[in-house]
Write a protein that binds this ligand. Sequence first.
Ligand code: NAP
Length: 289
Amino acid sequence: MLSPLAVSASTNVVGLIGHPARHSLSPVIHNAAFAAVGLDWVFVAFETQSGREAVEACRALGLKGLSVTMPHKDVAAATVNELSPHAAKLNAVNCISRNGEVLIGHNTDGAGFLESVRTEASFEPVGRRCVVLGAGGAARAVILALADAGADEIVVVNRTPASAEAAVALAPKVAKLGAAESVAQADLVVNATSVGMAHPTDPEAQARTPVDVALFSRGQVVVDLIYHPATTALMAGAAKRGATVVGGLGMLVHQAALAFTIWTGEPAPVAAMFDAAIRALNPGAGGVV
Ligand code: NAP
């Protein structure tokens, strides 16, 4: 059992900026990590429309760092003083650290994704054929990470062709545009669209899949970046066809674990972070969702 946090005037503060931010799992995950390691740190959510001002407040308020979510990832990249190579290529920041007056922008989504598929499906991208469904922020981070990790081919399938072309341009040597049917030939398929997410006013939404699950077969790894619901219709369908399936919670926890290490310089207590996230996603266990 984790001990409750005792916040004082000397507590180090990190937080999330985004809109919406009030339903985020990040405070639960990070505060569990600080408690598990015994650090006098606290993580809070700042729901704000003012991305630039919120990033600059990191300096003014002496925050140790920030997590950044939609819609502020681009403006954060434009506002910090320095960018990591990944954040620069993606032009998107999901984690800010502060070194004195200098704000440094990072992007831990791609590395978090790779850690998730490596640990949960023993999947190593080198020489493999991958399909990424979607071309938004999450898809772009995944495409860049797979290319950097040595994937042989990355087929990008997206509803809006212009976004798909921009995503392909991140990894022009291995990425190309494709259609949903290319899923059948892939070693790894990643759903980075929001199709299949639980929706508060549309109960039908989570029954949808971004591609026909009949395209999947044994030997494939199918990852859905969605983590609510924990098992999407895509994952259930792919598992029935014999594929190995991975949900989005692993990426969420591992990108947070990388941020924890960037801020504190300490190894992250990944198991405690997973436990906290799973409890929060399970309302029957008194969770927040
Ligand atoms: P985003 O930038 O808004 O991109 C959304 C993507 O979904 C776009 O490619 C969009 O296609 C596609 N899409 C949306 N509705 C669609 C529909 N009805 N039919 C077909 N395609 C549709 O969002 P994001 O930040 O990349 O997030 C995408 C998903 O990844 C979300 O489910 C999010 O929860 C999840 N995610 C998970 C993690 C994690 O840590 N597990 C991290 C980030 C995101 P168009 O280009 O045609 O609009």
